[in-house]
Design a protein around this ligand. Structure first.
Ligand code: NAP
Ligand code: MG
Length: 515
């Protein structure tokens, strides 16, 4: 019988500023000290991926066809869990963007813009059904290219992707009911730029409402996660979507910039960082282009003394460690009422020791790979700043694979509002914990951020929920839950988290002109 060890031994507290080398070195499987897996190991349960047909090269999708980029340039897409090259991706420049926008304009004028809503709806239903049919394959690809766990891509991302297409397919012939007494007309060609944290889901959030309203689209996926968008292009072909209605142009920031600067684009929809969002605002100022921005966040998850603490701890875990913290609405600041602070910290410390970090294709994995080396460096840099500024880091001692990009689930205590880790988005599995005494203080602290995307409230009292929620400057507030998404529910921010809403009836508004 192995000797019983306390679970608390399986997290490690790094004292303030003593060691800046906070990233645990990979632990050898023979190291008996803190190896959680030794006692509670699960048999490996890897999702099969040998049937996945990755192309050696992914081309651009323009005018209904896969075409080579004018420059002849390609870049590598790698698996962040193994650092292996998966495929080469075409790099689009301004000439390719011009072709894509022209194809979208032609399709808008000749078919899609004048097609009756009920016919557009049929195409969207077909796309949704094909996504469902191929959802396992798409989930595996999403996990391989982006590093998120198969548990999430299979059970959260892909069902939501299909649900978004189904939902907006339903609106296509009902726009007169969405905007009673008014006539909704499409805008024309939409340029849509998306990030790497939910590649297919962000594509669905952008494409489904735009298409339902009669617009045509040019979509630019993120450089590190383009593969699933190109498989989605195959689905558009299979669904018989008329050529040019959706065009997908891959590349890095320069490709996105060329799309934003193209003179024949009517609308830019962007999800990404606040810094790039600000550049886009300048770029479209004084042009005819409409703009919607979904940007960063630094959400407060507020735990009151009367909250069910065990559920709240699960909500904290779902809030910050979901998708390795690569979530703009992550509950990355935890505000705990003083009376329950010791209990919450103790339970949180025990709980993060149970999270399994590793192969994202394994169905038992809780924390997958960090999306890129660059993102890992950004996380490490902000954690260093937290230690330098005097906060205390608690970190799981989970075994980290030797290859790939990993960061263990972690949280900081002793955080003050002026610390960078309390103000800036870490976009990784690192939580900043602070305390408060009164509801007023909680509201003030929660709102003390340039962002305003989301928040969470945990309490036993419904009246308290309504009181607090009405005073939080955040686009989404979850009560006694966290990170729940639904296509019928609008999503978007206040302040530097952007403007415009995606999801729900509200999500149609950025894609129509109302008369
Ligand atoms: P990012 O650098 O802003 O990139 C987002 C997208 O914009 C990518 O496709 C990127 O291309 C492209 N891009 C970069 N520079 C551009 C430019 N000058 N002009 C036009 N396009 C440009 O953000 P990220 O680091 O990839 O993503 C993480 C950020 O997104 C976080 O801050 C997060 O909060 C935010 N986010 C917000 C939401 C939301 O709904 N509010 C959702 C997800 C993520 P490349 O990646 O190929 O360079
Ligand atoms: Mg990749």
């Amino acid at each position: 019988m192995p000797r019983k060890r306390s679970r608390r031994a399986e997290t490690v507290v790094l004292p303030a500023a003593k060691s800046l080398d906070h990233r645990p070195a990979p632990i050898s499987p023979n190291d008996r000290r803190l190896n959680f897996g030794e006692k509670w190991s699960y048999a490996p349960a890897p999702e099969a991926h040998n049937y996945i047909q990755l192309k050696r090269r992914y081309q651009l999708f323009i005018g209904g066809k896969f075409v080579a980029p004018r420059s002849g340039k390609y870049f590598d897409s790698i698996n962040p869990a193994t650092e292996e090259k998966l495929a080469e991706i075409a790099e689009a420049d301004a000439r390719d963007i011009d072709l894509a926008v022209k194809a979208a304009r032609r399709a808008y004028k000749s078919v899609w813009g004048k097609m009756p809503g009920r016919e557009r709806g049929k195409f969207l239903y077909r796309v949704a059904r094909l996504i469902q049919e191929r959802s396992r394959e798409l989930a595996v690809l999403e996990t391989m290219d982006g590093g998120k766990t198969i548990k999430e891509s299979r059970d959260i991302d892909l069902p939501l992707v299909a649900a978004h297409f189904f939902y907006y397919a339903g609106w296509a012939d009902k726009l007169e009911y969405a905007f009673p007494g008014r006539t909704a007309r499409p805008l024309g060609v939409a340029g849509q730029i998306i990030p790497w944290n939910f590649p297919l889901l962000m594509a669905a959030w952008k494409l489904a409402p735009a298409l339902a309203c009669g617009n045509t689209c040019v979509l630019k996926p993120a450089e590190t996660t383009s593969i699933t968008a190109m498989h989605l292009a195959e689905i558009f072909q299979e669904a018989g979507l008329p050529a040019g209605v959706v065009n997908i142009v891959t590349g890095a920031g320069e490709t996105g910039k060329a799309l934003v600067e193209h003179s024949d684009v009517d609308k830019i929809a962007f999800t990404g960082s606040t810094s790039v969002g600000k550049l886009l605002t300048q770029a479209v100022a004084g042009t005819k282009k409409d703009l919607t921005l979904e940007l960063g966040g630094k959400a407060a998850n507020i735990i009151f003394e009367d909250a069910p603490i065990d559920q709240a701890v699960e909500g904290i875990i779902a809030g910050i460690y979901f998708n390795q913290g690569h979530v703009c609405c992550a509950g990355s600041r935890l505000l705990v009422q003083e009376g329950v602070f010791p209990a919450v910290i103790r339970k949180l410390r025990d709980r993060i020791a149970t999270l399994r970090v590793g192969n994202p294709l394994d169905k038992n994995t809780d924390i997958g790979a960090i999306n890129s080396r660059m993102q890992l460096e950004k996380i490490c840099q902000l954690v260093d700043s937290g230690l330098r500024q005097g906060a205390e880091l608690v970190q799981s001692k989970a075994l980290l694979p030797k290859k790939g990009y990993w960061y263990p689930p972690s949280f900081f205590t002793g955080v003050t509002e002026s610390h960078r880790i309390a103000q800036e988005e870490i976009f990784g599995p690192v939580l900043s914990v602070m305390t408060f005494r009164t509801p007023e203080e909680a509201i003030e602290r929660a709102n003390n951020t340039p962002y305003g995307l989301s928040a969470g409230v945990w309490t036993d009292k419904g009246s308290k929920i309504f009181k607090i929620v009405s005073k939080l400057r955040a686009g989404i507030v979850w009560a006694n839950t966290y990170n729940k998404f639904d296509p019928t529910s609008p999503f978007g921010g206040y302040k530097e988290s952007g403007f415009g809403r995606e999801g729900g009836r509200h999500g149609l508004m950025p894609y129509v002109m109302l008369n």
